[in-house]
Design a protein. Structure first.
Length: 80
């Protein structure tokens, strides 16, 4: 089966809950990204961004965040 953006759009937005599902997924991605970026900002403001233990914890946090977001994000993490 060939990929078609139009087919995906029809499937995602079919039914009354389509927009709700998309909005929920967007909010999940925004929450996860803001949580990670907020942690990075906190580390930098405290001068901990060069501390090996903090860097190790932040890398672990990124790995867990990508895993929670699902397979597409896991693949993106593997590329990094």
């Amino acid at each position: 089966r060939k990929y078609s953006p139009e087919d995906v759009r029809k499937r995602v937005f079919s039914g009354p809950l389509g927009l709700f599902r998309v909005s929920g997924r967007f909010l999940q991605m925004a929450w996860e990204a803001s949580s990670f970026l907020g942690g990075l900002a906190l580390d930098q403001s405290q001068g901990d961004n060069d501390n090996p233990e903090v860097v190790r914890n932040r890398a672990s946090h990124l790995r867990q965040t990508l895993a929670r977001l699902g397979p597409a994000f896991v693949k993106a993490g593997q590329v990094l």
